[in-house]
Design a protein around this ligand. Sequence first.
Ligand SMILES: [Cu+2]
Length: 182
Amino acid sequence: MKMYLALIATAFTLSACGGNEPAQTQPAAQPAPVAASPVAAASESNAPSATNVPSECQIVINSDDAMKFDTQEIAIKSSCAQASITLNHTGKTPKAAMGHNVVIAAAADKAAIVADGASAKLENDYLKPNDNRVIAASKMVGGGESSTFTFKTDKLKNGDFEFFCTFPGHVAMMTGKVKIVD
Ligand SMILES: [Cu+2]
């Protein structure tokens, strides 16, 4: 019986070693793959900000090195008193060259927020500090980075609202509507 167990243990050890070898030969500098489930990845790394937001009120937006968001509309359910938005940058270009953020504001305030943001420079994520026209905003992210923010939706009840990126030159390509839907 002891011999039998020893054989099993030996076989297990051998198969475990065999399984580890391919992983060790992979280049260490390989870029991390984009998370298969952005929502799950975001709630892990940003748990404090999204903990109280139901999954149906959690929105994921992807952006890339081609200066694009993967959606032109953010639809927030009217039942969501709070919503969270996770912005993923699936590209590789650093923030200084191809940074993106998501800013939510009244459509009428967009141009002025973007203009003041350009003056505020990258060190302020291209947003004027304490700009009270901004309803909510993510951090500026570069390739491979993500940012999650949570906000109350009550300011979105009346009027036209948009989301956009304030990195200089991006707003024409990177903007869309924010809507409250049933
Ligand atoms: Cu951008």
